[in-house]
Design a protein around this ligand. Structure first.
Ligand code: NA7
Length: 552
């Protein structure tokens, strides 16, 4: 008889073999557990933190919020859930997303299948039993000290998140700083009050752009150290418009379906304009950009059909944003420093709430470190370009070892002891972003090679989990026990992902999509651009009996 309730495992050798072990209790892990239970699988989630929520559990820095509208950044698999849940703001803050994750866990009775405070340390493929042998890491920063535990599972799903491994640059002297050091991606649970303090922020990606305006309101003095200026477009955040909510809820299913047909899996309310930026007059061009600026968020990049395909068209959008910066920032020298020169959109656009205007405040100073990197963190502050800056608290908004970080830190061994660090030395080789040759029966959700980073990730998660659940059901129906990507399929697929990227402007800057933000990380373009063709391709592979996979 199938078991629908996962029991808490013990270290006993007699514990039953799980059908499915899921690493991570963020949105991907929660939905994977829900789907597995629907299929009567014995499934267990292991989560390092003491709560569900994944990235929204750890990213609780001031101003943390999603950059896709909440009515879209939510699950669509259950009509009653999407009708019942009410978002308070256009872009939900992290704390509300965390409440939502907890609501989903409770609503679908998932908690007894989730073991918290358990960081997976080791996963080894056992050829003889065709199972994964999984061991937890004892102790560790976010893990209660305790004995190692062991599990055996036929399949593993890595739901450990593309943005979950914080990047702390190896700044010389970091441990000598005598004040507190905070990382935006590992923010303390108790709110931090910067009132009256001199604060420094290093990093001006999304996390910096979101936190800087709020820290500036509290701090006596805020110094921002900027290596690359950010393109930030207004979110026009505010209370969720009840009329808009009612409009979406009157046909939520249709809204989700329309979004699935969008290149990023979202934005059907403001679809891209299919006209080239070069085919219109200057006046018309400015009007279209302005219209999208007023809409807010990523809509700007859809103002014309070729903004992410043609460097020349892209330059027009980039200049539009720079003109906005000049109109907002009063000090021309500061406005110049805040004006990015790279291709717009080749690093993820930041959705802001008063970022540029913050630099008009008398207590905020911008320091350009693009020419002279940070030499050293000192006990009182930091030194760059031969100059010393002093402050009481340091915030690292320095991002993530994105997409592969959470997998590469594991002791993960596939067939014949193949280590993931060796397999992925040239970059994260994969097929459909779902599997890697040499690592049978291990699936990735929102990993390298998938469209996740270019989409509303909730849509990517639902797509991936549905695909994996269908695959598991198919294997069972066929009486098969293992599935593994072939080397040929993987090689062709990775070439395809990079070819698609090369047809866009995405390769023109040092983004985390390329692994370029982490010293020594191999440069390989990791996400696939274009959600609908990806969905089609994955469906076609399944229809053809899982073409490109060895099934045994
Ligand atoms: P990001 O977008 O990777 O931003 C990190 C920022 O930190 C960025 O400005 C980096 O400059 C800067 N950085 C990183 N390392 C250093 C060093 N060594 N010295 C100085 N400055 C540094 O991370 P976020 O957390 O803001 O956002 C990640 C994603 O989360 C975002 O894209 C959304 O999808 C949500 P750089 O640009 O590399 O020159």
């Amino acid at each position: 008889m199938p078991q629908t309730q996962a029991t808490k495992p013990t270290a006993s050798a007699a514990q039953p073999v799980l059908d499915l072990l899921i690493v991570g209790a963020g949105f991907a892990g929660l939905y994977m557990l829900y789907k597995a239970r629907q299929q009567g699988l014995r499934a267990q989630v292991l989560e390092a933190a003491d709560s569900v929520g994944g990235t929204w559990y750890h990213n609780r820095y001031p101003g943390a919020r999603v950059d896709i509208q909440s009515m879209e950044y939510s699950f669509g698999f259950d009509e009653a859930l999407q009708q019942d849940w009410r978002w308070s703001e256009r872009y939900a803050p992290a704390v509300e997303l965390l409440r939502y994750a907890n609501h989903v866990a409770d609503r679908f009775g998932l908690r007894d299948g989730i073991q918290l405070n358990t960081r997976v340390g080791k996963l080894v493929w056992d050829e003889a039993s065709s199972t994964w042998q999984v061991t937890s890491q004892s102790g560790g920063p976010s893990v209660q000290a305790g004995p190692q535990e062991h599990w055996q599972a036929r399949f593993v799903v890595m739901a450990s998140g593309p943005l979950s491994s914080p990047n702390t640059p190896a700044f010389k002297g970091l441990d000598t700083f005598k004040g507190p050091v905070y990382h935006t991606a590992a923010w303390p649970k108790t709110p931090v009050d910067f009132t009256g303090q001199r604060v420094a922020v290093i990093g001006t990606g999304s996390s910096g752009v979101q936190s800087i305006p709020i820290i500036a309101e509290q701090a006596a003095k805020l110094t921002v150290f900027q290596r690359t200026a950010a393109y930030a477009v207004p979110g026009h955040n505010g209370p969720l418009d009840p009329a808009f909510e009612a409009h979406i809820k009157s046909d939520y299913k249709g809204f989700r379906q329309r979004n699935w047909l969008m290149n990023g899996g979202f934005g059907s309310e403001y679809p891209p304009n299919m006209v080239s930026a070069h085919k219109v007059s200057e006046q018309e061009r400015q009007a279209r950009f302005e219209e999208r600026w007023q809409v807010g968020g990523f809509a700007l990049l859809g103002a014309f059909s070729d903004l992410l395909r043609s460097q020349e068209a892209n330059a027009l959008a980039a200049e539009f944003v720079r003109s906005k910066i000049r109109s907002i920032v009063q000090n021309p020298a500061t406005a110049r420093l805040l004006s990015p020169s790279h291709t717009i959109g080749c690093k993820r656009l930041c959705v802001d709430n008063g970022y540029y205007a913050t630099f008009n405040r008398p207590n905020v100073q911008l320091v350009d470190i693009s020419q002279a990197p940070i030499d050293e963190i000192t006990p009182q502050g930091l030194r760059t370009g031969g100059q010393d800056y002093t402050f009481d608290a340091l915030v690292l908004a320095t991002g993530f070892d994105a997409i592969t970080g959470s997998v590469m830190r594991l002791d993960l061994r596939g067939r014949s002891g193949l280590r993931i660090q060796d397999k992925w030395k040239p970059g994260p080789l994969n097929y459909l972003g779902l599997m890697t040759q040499g690592f049978p029966n291990m699936f990735h959700v929102a990993g390298a090679g998938s469209t996740s980073a270019f989409t509303n990730v909730m849509v990517s998660i639902e797509h991936h989990v549905n695909w994996i659940a269908d695959c598991l059901a198919w294997l069972k129906a066929q009486g098969r026990t293992t599935i593994e990507a072939t080397l040929q399929a993987e090689t062709d697929y990775v070439a395809h992902v990079n070819q698609v990227a090369a047809s866009t402007v995405m390769l023109t800057c040092n983004s985390w999509y390329l692994g370029a933000n982490i010293p020594g990380k191999p440069r390989m373009f990791m996400p696939l651009v274009g959600f609908p063709p990806y969905v089609q391709k994955c469906a076609e592979v399944a229809r053809k009996g899982y073409a490109g996979f060895d099934v045994a």
